[in-house]
Write a protein that binds this ligand. Structure first.
Ligand code: IVH
Length: 677
């Protein structure tokens, strides 16, 4: 797909025109498009640039200079052509536009009106004697499609005006964010595919006839035929008085501005409000306010010369769904999360997005490898809405739903919309006991999943500290627990009581800490009581913690307060801590020696070769022993990524950032020589 800024050859130009024509066709048919809005705009700009250099070779199909990219059709002639708007993309281009207009007028523009550019579809609504008689789409600007059947469902478009006028209202029909969400709930309940985007939802809804359900839309009037001689801001007031909805009813209300400086100010205000608005905007429209200025400026074949759209970056992008992860929350809810091919949405790189519940995923027919619409509206967590089904290559794979709770392994209650571990909050207790008993933490032999489940279910254990006050009598009440098993388990627990402080701390599973961090924290504070008393300042000085992680850890410690108290009372973790960086060879105490000295290393995917049997913890230990710092996420600071089989988003991110990537075999060769010296 050609979306590059420069077109190098006439073949590139022809491809670009074909891509744009096809995208504009999809867009004006049903509001969908395989290109994001930003990409479409960039493509048309590249086409324009090429055509300026090659004016004799302009393709007849070229979308430039045409309303709706030349794509839309309709058979009802418009009373007056429905024009589009020219775009500017930054402040300088806007200043340039204003200067051009003032040059044309031979004077300064009297006043401007600045208002939101609503992201929907333009319609014309005809009134006779104050009664709504017909509604049309814009079509190609000269003739549109009759969509009168949909008028009932359009809020803000009155069936009768407050005065018996023969006029035509023009404005935008859209789905507000709330209407979009309701629409998709209704669609899914009826077994219909959800809308990928509010605009395609509005387009589809306006055209649809005979649907067994009703979807409401919203109209915003911004112009009219038959109310001549009014300035733009006065016209908007009249439209509101006639009963039509206008943007004046919103936080981003139109503002009459006396100076260009004020215009820039209002644009900044509306832009800042964008995320808080209850509907989507894709820009800000700046119009010369007075009828004299408008009349004298006139219009071209596509757009008026007295108005311009200052476009804003799209809040939605198309990217690829790479993986779905299933995370278990504190209450046992199992929530899917999308791992995406990293995509820049309005200046933020988006790698993860929330997905709907499992039933929705199935109904939306999402597949791994799909091109998907992703939204980052304001500061809402990005969300995957729907797949672009006609972009499929056949290589897409079904999303695998978990059959057991990914945290504790027990069954999943799939009866509700949201899936839950059958244990609910208890999932956390079972999982934390299993984790704590693991080889890399307290290493309690004989305490696997089955026993953990029994201990939690019987009420004997609700957190890891309870393990240390168990007695034999209690254990013998459990099924399949004989004398010897009970003795063995108690002996293993007793041994764990003497485990090094870092292992006990690690066993708590504090968010933001792993084995390495646990060793550093234990070495720094020296006792569980001191860790319990730590505040953000004291924690932040521990190597690699920093203020943000310190805050997280302090919150976690507060949450774990009662467990920590019980551990302290049971004298667990009073043994000396294992060294933070195990000395390798003859390396001095603080020296970070080794082939990875001081480097941040991330491991992803499954290990192969000599490293195949190593757990992630053991890999991290290996990294530390070779002088490196093990980390779980790829960032600018990452020096090296060890990427095994099925490496996904971390590999993609490392490639993007130009970080060195080694196979497990190459990594083994790098460190093992050194470690075996
Ligand atoms: S004025 C002759 N004002 O943007 C005036 N258009 O990209 C032409 N739009 O076709 C339109 N909000 O569908 C105008 N406040 C607004 C608008 C607006 C959204 C749409 C409209 C237009 C398109 C041009």
């Amino acid at each position: 797909m050609t979306t590059r800024a420069d077109l190098a050859s006439s073949a590139d130009y022809a491809t670009a025109v074909a891509t744009a024509v096809s995208a504009a066709g999809d867009y004006y048919r049903d509001g969908s498009t395989p290109l994001g809005d930003d990409e479409y705009d960039a493509l048309v700009r590249a086409i324009e640039a090429w055509e300026q250099q090659h004016p004799d070779d302009v393709h007849p199909d070229s979308p430039t200079g045409k309303v709706a990219g030349g794509a839309a059709v309709g058979d009802v002639p418009h009373s007056v052509p429905m024009l589009s708007l020219d775009n500017v993309f930054n402040d300088e281009e806007l200043t340039h536009f204003a200067a051009g207009l003032e040059r044309r007028l031979g004077r300064q523009v009297g006043a401007w009106c600045v208002e939101p550019k609503l992201d929907g579809l333009a319609v014309a609504a005809r009134y006779q004697g104050g009664r709504l008689v017909q509604m049309l789409t814009r079509g190609d600007g000269l003739a549109g499609e009759d969509i009168t059947h949909a008028a009932d469902a359009v809020l803000g478009l009155p069936a009768t005006l407050t005065e018996p006028l023969d006029i035509e209202l023009r404005g935008e029909v859209l789905l507000t964010t709330a209407q979009f969400e309701t629409a998709n709930e209704i669609r899914i309940a009826h077994g219909a595919a959800p809308f990928a985007h509010p605009r395609s939802g509005a387009a589809g809804t306006l055209r649809a006839k005979d649907r067994p359900y009703r979807i409401e839309l919203t109209f915003f009037a911004y112009s009219a035929i038959g109310l001549d001689g009014l300035g733009h801001s006065a016209l908007l007031e009249t439209l509101a008085a006639l009963g039509a909805n206008t943007a004046a009813s919103t936080a981003a209300s139109p503002l009459r501005c006396e100076s260009l400086e004020q215009v820039h100010g209002r644009i900044a205000e509306i832009t800042a409000l964008r995320s808080a608005l209850p509907f989507g905007i894709d820009g800000v429209v700046i119009k010369a306010d007075s009828p004299e200025d408008q009349f004298q400026a006139g219009h071209g074949s596509r757009a008026p010369r007295w108005a311009v759209a200052r476009k804003l970056p799209a809040e939605h992008k198309v990217t690829r769904l790479l993986e779905v992860e299933w995370n278990v929350g504190r209450t046992g809810v199992i929530a899917p999360r999308a791992v995406l091919e990293p995509v820049n949405i309005d200046g933020v790189i988006v790698t993860y997005a929330t997905l709907h519940n499992p039933g929705d995923i199935a109904r939306r027919d999402l597949m791994l490898g799909d091109q998907v619409f992703v939204y980052r509206a304001g500061d809402v967590i990005p969300r995957v809405e729907a797949p672009l089904v006609d972009q499929r290559t056949g290589a897409e794979k079904p999303i695998v739903f978990p059959e057991a709770c990914p945290r504790c392994g027990d069954a999943i209650d799939t009866s509700g919309q949201r899936w839950r571990c059958v244990r609910g909050r208890g999932c956390q207790a079972v999982a934390s006991v299993i984790y704590a008993a693991g080889r890399d933490q307290l290493d309690i032999e004989g305490l696997g999943r089955t026993r953990a489940v029994q201990l939690v279910d019987s009420g004997l254990v609700s957190d890891i500290a309870d393990l240390f006050t168990l007695d034999k009598e209690q254990l013998l009440t459990l099924e399949r627990m004989g004398d010897t098993s009970a003795d063995n388990l108690l002996a293993a627990i007793e041994q764990a009581r003497g485990a090094a402080l870092n292992r006990v701390f690690c066993a708590l599973g504090v968010r933001g800490t792993g084995r390495t961090m646990s060793r550093r924290i234990a070495a720094h504070f020296g006792s569980m009581a001191a860790i319990r008393a730590a505040d953000v300042e004291t924690l932040a000085v521990v190597d690699g913690v920093g203020p943000e992680r310190a805050r997280l850890v302090v919150d976690e410690l507060a949450d774990l307060g009662p467990v920590l108290d019980k551990l302290i009372a049971a004298q667990v973790g009073t043994t000396v801590t294992e060294p933070a960086t195990p000395a390798v060879g003859d390396a001095g105490e603080d020296a970070v020696a080794g082939p990875l000295a001081g480097q941040s290393v991330v491991v992803t995917g499954s290990m192969t070769g000599d490293l195949a049997s190593l757990s992630r913890n053991e890999m991290n230990e290996l990294i530390e022993r070779a002088g490196g710092k093990a980390s779980s996420s790829v960032s600018k600071r990452t020096a090296l990524l060890v990427a095994g089989e099925k490496a996904g988003s971390k590999r993609a991110k490392a490639e993007d950032l130009g970080i060195q990537i080694l196979t497990p075999e190459e990594f083994a060769a790098l460190v093992t020589d050194y470690l075996h010296r």
